[in-house]
Every structure is written in structure tokens, then in C-alpha cells.
Ligand binder design. Structure first.
Ligand code: HSE
Length: 327
């Protein structure tokens, strides 16, 4: 074991989509869009943030990565007040792609690796859920694939489901931010029994469809009555896309997490991918919304950490990420 003061860890953590329509605060899926974090013990705290997605993120001790790492050390009874942290992210902030969950999971995993993996993955899941207050995004970023989870305020429980090999994902990421706080703020505190039954039924059938490979059932099962109808006014174009995307080649469609990103599941072998892209872009443009459309795949691995060998520590995070993303 290397001396902790000489250890440098590198973590790769995926983005995620939450809810998948009816599974409000319950379903999550990891996506192959990533953030990377390097962390080591230092004499003085240095936080280096790379990439356009990091604009406006604090680079002092109020940084989320630093704060979460300190929480891990505190719970482990270890004192490491000064850290050298570097982060690069391709995950857009406050767009419904789980950027804060990725940061939390990445920081927990990096700090845990730095102190020799004192916590199990399940313990990290419990801490991450306490911080996020719902297990959907953090579960997906931790475990990869599709995660079905609940949190009772004390413990989070989950089962991971392997995504079907033919599942592709098209996301439309609007060029405006929508905070989770605002998107939760528009939700009614009370719901009818009909809505509750609607969502239990749809979410259950959706999970069963994922488990049994019934891609044909995603279209009807991926519908929601608990949050999307109330959030639709916050995302111009969403209502039309939810209503019609499956007529343009999508297997199913949902608001990604708290939005504003809109997510469609698409059969990898579909010959209607261009049609779906034009439809989504057209619907958003008609409302004056510009968006970036990205084709993604489910991430199957979840967060991964490596302790860098001394000879690997010479390669900066940025050089490493360039090597990874350029193949
Ligand atoms: N399930 C959460 C929501 C995800 O929809 O508000 C956002 O982080």
C-alpha cells in the first residue's frame, strides 16, 4: 500500500437520468456522459476545474467535491484538511442529467479510495442518498445500468437491472437551466388516488418491460401523472414532444429528471433516428428553444476509481481525459 500522502486517485463517474417518466424519485439510468475527478492529499487546497460545464462552479473550500470528501473523512475518523482536486466534466449543469449526483458520487468514491476504501458501495449509496434526498440519480451513477430504488428516510434500497442491449438514448438538452428546487416547487403536495394508482401501475409495468426485454411496452408504460404535467409549463415544447415522440420513432419519452432535458429511448436498430431528431428539434424551435441533441447509450459500469501508479501521476487529468474521449 502506498503512503496515503503520496496516493492520487482518479474517478470516472457517469451522468444519469431520473424518473424515466412514472418512476418519480425511484428509477434512474446511468448514461455514457462522464465527469472525472483526481484527488490527492496536499499541503494547501488546490481545486482545478476544466471544461465548459464547470463555469461558475466554486474553486475554493465551498466546492461540493471538497465538502463531500471532508464528510467522508469525518465519518471515517480521518483528518485530511488540504486536498489537491482536479475535475473535468462533460455533464451539463442543472439540465436534468444528474450533474450534482455525479459530483457527489464521484467525490465520495474518490475520497473513499484515498483512505483505502473504508466504506462499502452500499454505505456510499446511503450517504449519497442522504445528501441528494432521493436515490434515483445517485444510485444510477454508483451502480450503472438501470436502478430501481426507494428511500424511507433512513435506508435506501435498490435493485440494479441490466439495460437491454438495443436501448439507445436521444436527449434534447435545452440551452437554459432549470433548478431541481424550482421544478420540485411546482409539484402539488397532495395527489389523487387515481394519479397514485396510475403511476404505480405504469412504473411497475415499465420495470417489468425492462426486466423482460419487452421494448414494445415502453411506449405505454413510460407515462406519468405525478410530475410531468405540472413541470410541462417550465419546458416549452415538452407537452407536444411527450404526446408525439412515439409517433416519430421513439420507444418512449420522458422529462429527464427535473428537466429541462427531454429523453427518448430508441431502438438501436431503428431507421427513424433522423426523423426523431428533426421532430424534437422542430418542436423546441417552434417554442423558441434552442437545444443540443445528443445520442447516448446506457452506462453499465457506474462509478470507477483507480489509484494511480507513481508513473501515471505525471499525466494530468486533462491529458488523460483527452486520451479517453478521443479514443
Ligand atoms: N427525481 C428527481 C425529481 C430528480 O424529479 O425531482 C431530480 O434530481
Amino acid at each position: 500500500m502506498t503512503d496515503i500522502n503520496k496516493r492520487r486517485v482518479r474517478v470516472k463517474v457517469p451522468a444519469s437520468t431520473a424518473n424515466l417518466g412514472p418512476g418519480f424519485d425511484t428509477l434512474g439510468m446511468a448514461l455514457d456522459l462522464y465527469a472525472w475527478i483526481d484527488m490527492s492529499v496536499s499541503d494547501e487546497t488546490r481545486i482545478t476545474l476544466h471544461g465548459d460545464q464547470m463555469n461558475g462552479v466554486p474553486a475554493d473550500k465551498s466546492n461540493l467535491i471538497y465538502e463531500v470528501a471532508q464528510l467522508v473523512f469525518k465519518r471515517a475518523g480521518v483528518e485530511i484538511p488540504e486536498l489537491d482536486i482536479a475535475m473535468y466534466s462533460d455533464i451539463p449543469l442543472t439540465r436534468g442529467l444528474g450533474s450534482s449526483a455525479s459530483a457527489i458520487v464521484g467525490a465520495l468514491t474518490a475520497a473513499n479510495a484515498l483512505i483505502g476504501d473504508k466504506f462499502t458501495k452500499d454505505e456510499l449509496f446511503q450517504i449519497a442518498t442522504e445528501l441528494e434526498k432521493h436515490p434515483d440519480n445517485v444510485g444510477a451513477s454508483l451502480f450503472g445500468g438501470i436502478v430501481v430504488a426507494f428511500w424511507d428516510g433512513k435506508r435506501a434500497e435498490y435493485i440494479r437491472v441490466e439495460p437491454h442491449e438495443r436501448l439507445d438514448v436521444l436527449v434534447a438538452i435545452p440551452h437554459f437551466q432549470l433548478s431541481t428546487e424550482k421544478a420540485r416547487g411546482v409539484l402539488p403536495r397532495e395527489q389523487s388516488l387515481e394519479n397514485a394508482v396510475f403511476n404505480v401501475g405504469h412504473s411497475s409495468v415499465l420495470v417489468a418491460a425492462f426486466c423482460t426485454g419487452r421494448l414494445d411496452m415502453i411506449r405505454v408504460a413510460m407515462k406519468d401523472a405525478l410530475h410531468q404535467p405540472y413541470r410541462a409549463p417550465l419546458v416549452p415544447g415538452l407537452a407536444g414532444i411527450l404526446a408525439e415522440a412515439t409517433d416519430h420513432g421513439a420507444l418512449g419519452v420522458a422529462l429527464s429528471g427535473a428537466g429541462p432535458t427531454i429523453l427518448t429511448l430508441v431502438d438501436r436498430d431503428s431507421d427513424r433516428k433522423n426523423e426523431l431528431e428533426s421532430f424534437m428539434r422542430g418542436k423546441l424551435r417552434a417554442e423558441g428553444i434552442e437545444a443540443t441533441l445528443l445520442w447516448l447509450k446506457p452506462d453499465r459500469e457506474g462509478v470507477a476509481a483507480q489509484v494511480l501508479a507513481p508513473e501515471e501521476q505525471g499525466c494530468s487529468l486533462l491529458e488523460f481525459v483527452k486520451g479517453e474521449t478521443l479514443g
